[in-house]
Design a protein around this ligand. Sequence first.
Ligand code: 2BA
Length: 109
Amino acid sequence: MKLVIAVVQDKDSNLLSNALIKGGFRATKLASTGGFLRAGNTTFMIGTEDDKVQDVIHVIQANCKIREQLVTPVSPMGGTTDSYIPFPVEVQVGGAAVFVLPVERFEHY
Ligand code: 2BA
């Protein structure tokens, strides 16, 4: 068994939940916060059999989009703060950051 952990954008979380249920996968959604943007995102924990991992990844890929987001750095990249004018830069967020972990033991009562 494997545990798939996927960090996705909030905008994709309902679509992904529905697609996982439709695909017969069990999932838990956690409210999370990105360390870089400090904005809300959603973390899915999906426990599944080894041979279904690729199917789960396909469902995630099909339901999570890449989006551009503007972020204003709080300090200059390595320079002095004299005359520093914060300038928004664009970063690409998503579709999803996916981790696949081995599960040593799973019990369900
Ligand atoms: P955040 O940490 O808020 O990152 C949002 C986006 O900002 C990232 O998109 C990436 O494009 C950019 N970014 C992040 N750290 C950066 C850095 N040090 N320098 C420049 N740009 C940076 P994604 O890579 O698609 O990540 C989306 C969210 O997925 C992340 O939100 C974080 O919550 C999670 N994530 C991504 N990689 C992770 C990892 N290796 N471990 C744990 N969580 C991860």
